[in-house]
Design a binder for this molecule. Structure first.
Ligand SMILES: O=C(O)CCC(=O)C(=O)O
Ligand SMILES: [Fe+2]
Length: 227
């Protein structure tokens, strides 16, 4: 990483999460190890996007909205924001922008705001999301931050999806651990479906079934301009 980028990174992290205390400074040294998922062009994962302290900070910001604290059958498991994001989400968006400056094409990085729509999803063990391509009302470059519980997200080519055997064979698993950020752009965003199946037996990573607890995800996207 260039020296200037490192300074940027530190400044934004401090702006978002406050200055790091010396006791936790070694844990705070996030280097943003972006890994390209080879089989899915435009799919990137950064497993160490947020330290534990930074994850806790975000979780308390989310909890302060009381989105998921209701009881009974009408309890919501999703919160959506359009346009004006809460300050913590706006800052997270800036952090994602800085961190992805060497990955995303310039025409995506130069848009302002970078993201203007957010969904926060809360999944209990066993709950996931069916295979889908995100709606075309959203532009390219979608970011998903994971908190609390790990899960495996599967990517399947849109064209293979109709043929069950073929789609299983070409499905690409990606581990989303807490604190990780996944970026979908280009082919990964438009030509691959993504899915999280948390039914018993499906959350396998390297042959071992993941232990599940509540999972929270923050999805950030940018709306297309009105036609
Ligand atoms: O919760 C996640 O990790 C994925 C959410 C998602 O794919 C969506 O909201 O379109
Ligand atoms: Fe999605």
């Amino acid at each position: 990483m260039e020296e200037e980028e490192e300074t940027d990174e530190k400044a934004i992290l401090e702006q978002v999460f406050g200055p790091s205390s010396s006791s936790s400074s070694s844990e705070e040294e996030e280097k943003w190890d972006w890994v390209a998922i080879e089989k899915v062009k435009g799919l990137w994962i950064c497993s160490n996007f947020l330290s534990q302290r930074h994850q806790n900070h975000l979780l308390s910001a989310i909890n302060s909205h009381n989105w998921f604290t209701g009881t009974g059958p009408t309890t919501s498991n999703q919160a959506m924001c359009f346009g004006n994001l809460p300050p913590w989400a706006h800052q997270l968006s800036q952090l994602i922008h800085t961190s992805s400056s060497s990955i995303l094409p310039h025409h995506l990085l130069s848009r302002d705001p970078f993201f203007d729509q957010m969904i926060v999803n809360m999944y209990l063990p066993g709950q996931g999301i069916c295979p889908h391509v995100d709606l075309l009302r959203f532009q390219d470059a979608i970011a998903i931050l994971s908190l609390e519980s790990s899960c495996v997200m599967h990517f399947t080519p849109v064209l293979a999806a109709a043929d069950a055997d073929n789609s299983n064979a070409s499905s690409v698993p990606v581990l989303l651990n807490p604190g990780s950020l996944v970026l979908l752009s280009g082919e990964a965003r438009y030509h691959w479906k993504h899915e999280i199946n948390r039914n018993p037996g499906f959350q396998l990573w390297q042959g071992i079934e993941l232990e599940q607890s509540r999972r929270i995800s923050i999805t950030l996207r940018k709306l297309c301009p009105d036609p």
